[in-house]
Design a protein around this ligand. Structure first.
Ligand SMILES: NC(=O)c1ccc[n+]([C@@H]2O[C@H](COP(=O)([O-])OP(=O)(O)OC[C@H]3O[C@@H](n4cnc5c(N)ncnc54)[C@H](O)[C@@H]3O)[C@@H](O)[C@H]2O)c1
Length: 448
């Protein structure tokens, strides 16, 4: 390694070690903001970048827009130097930049990398030598090398290139997947091992050093593609296993067997079994989406990812299955769905969180409306539900004391603050998609 290069990388390592390195995090969402706070707790001066000026203003005014992050945490980070901005020219002041922007699917169910390419194209003109750029957004194997690196190389006027070994000059690039499980407080964020793959050994060393300051264990892998694939394997594993229990639930219902009882019994096996639970369908930014990043990429290799496709089919059909069961349960009680009043409990995609992206509740609401039902919702985390990428529901939260007005109450998300006994007592009919009424015996409960 030329002396100046040794100096640059060892200087950066030293700045990371002494917490004087400047870290920029692009995308102040569910992933980027908690990450910024973790680094801030470690005494780093963090700059959060976001194109959403309302988020930037909220953060700079010591406010929070994520329910589980109290404003006091933002205020504490601000005291330690945390600041937010929409101005990309500040990128050149950063030693390391971590990208946490969305990676959704487009309307044809194909990867929409526009947020990543938009971000990287905005960073490129401000790139400087020795800087470390890390992508955290979940994506298909090859994105870092085939999309991020070329855009950075082409977009900077100085002609900087990615430095792949100790003898090269330029900037460093790595990929490290986010593994957060929103609402899961059983594992501290620091205890979740951090997988890192670098474009070359120096990038790997630098990225590992950055993450080692906030995570107790860093797991280096041989390349960004291996790290990208690791994240997809984790999510495909969940997606396929959830599809398996969703399918078995449907069989168990026909056989009059309680799938939840079966899973609870099976999980007593001390090895070789991990419990997954059926539900009304998949939600969130990850499990319903990420597997299709891989099935799309696989086509380039003439490869058909059958497990992913099959799991997708089963999981996507679950909201329709729930609606069929609602229709059946109502008709058993002499009520047609058309013209009836239905209250859906929980629009968040899972218990106790304030995130409704890809929530199956939204599909259920839409399907019920299409079939002529008058639908309202209750969710302690959402005062209103407006316009999403796919939905334009424009609804406001209905208080629970109005339950008796409805012909059917659907438990779509089992928030822990609901009193299920009281709900069953007040409701004419309860359709429970989450086994939330476990242990309550009443003739007006239908579990599906
Ligand atoms: N939410 C999770 O639980 C979770 C878990 C693991 C992985 N991930 C992955 O992490 C990534 C980010 O997810 P998220 O949930 O934080 O998304 P999010 O929508 O909550 O946040 C993304 C933020 O990026 C901002 N943004 C978009 N384009 C930008 C640009 N060009 N420049 C600056 N900011 C921009 C948006 O305004 C938004 O604030 C995704 O790839 C997702 O798959 C999410």
């Amino acid at each position: 390694m030329a002396d100046t290069l040794v100096d640059t990388t060892s200087e950066l390592l030293q700045r990371i070690e002494s917490r004087t390195a400047r870290i920029g995090i692009v995308g102040m969402g569910y992933v980027g903001l908690p990450l910024a706070l973790l680094f801030s707790e470690e005494r780093f001066h963090i700059t959060g970048f976001d194109i959403d000026s309302r988020k930037v203003d909220t953060l700079n005014n010591n406010g929070s827009y994520i329910v589980r992050i109290p404003a006091t945490e933002i205020a504490r980070a601000r005291e330690k130097g945390f600041t937010a901005t929409s101005e990309y020219d500040k990128i050149s002041e950063m030693d390391a930049v971590i990208i946490c922007v969305p990676t959704p699917l487009d309307e044809y169910h194909e990867p929409d990398l526009s947020y990543v390419t938009g971000t990287v194209s905005s960073i490129a003109p401000h790139l400087r030598e020795g800087q470390l750029i890390i992508l955290e957004s979940t994506t298909y194997p090859g994105t870092t090398e085939e999309v991020v690196v070329p855009l950075l190389e082409q977009g900077n006027a100085a002609g900087l290139r990615v430095a792949r070994d100790a003898a090269s000059q330029g900037f460093y690039v790595a990929f490290s997947p986010e593994r957060e499980d929103p609402g899961n407080d059983t594992v501290a964020r620091r205890d979740i091992p951090k997988v890192v793959g670098g474009c070359g050994p120096v990038a790997l060393e630098l990225a590992s050093a950055v993450y080692a300051t906030i995570f107790n264990r860093v797991v280096p892998v041989s390349s960004p593609a291996a790290a990208e694939m690791t994240k997809l394997l984790e999510n495909i594993y969940r997606c396929v296993n959830i599809a398996l229990v969703n399918e078995l639930k449907q069989l168990c219902m026909r056989m009059n067997i309680d799938i939840f009882e079966v899973i609870d019994a099976a999980r007593t096996k001390p090895f070789g079994f991990q419990a997954f639970y059926p539900g009304p369908g998949l939600g969130g930014h990850c499990i319903p989406i990420d597997p299709f990043y891989l099935s799309w990429k696989a086509k380039e290799f003439d490869f058909h990812t059958r497990f992913i496709e099959l799991a997708g089919q089963v999981n996507l059909a679950m909201p329709y299955f729930v609606v069929e069961n609602i229709i059946e349960a109502m008709s058993q009680r002499g009520k047609p769905l058309h013209g009836s009043r239905v209250l859906v409990l929980g629009v968040a995609y899972k218990r106790d969180i304030d995130d409704l992206r890809e929530s199956p509740s939204l599909t259920i609401i839409e399907l019920l409306q299409k079939r002529g039902a008058h639908v309202e919702y209750n969710d302690p985390f959402f005062a209103s539900v407006g316009r999403g990428r796919k939905y334009a529901l424009d609804m406001t939260n209905t208080p629970l004391d109005r339950i008796p007005e409805f012909d059917c109450v659907v438990i779509a998300t089992d928030h822990s603050q609901y009193d299920y006994s009281e709900i069953v007592e007040k409701a004419k009919l309860v359709v429970d998609t989450r086994n939330a009424t476990k242990g309550i015996e009443a003739a007006n409960i239908v579990r599906c």
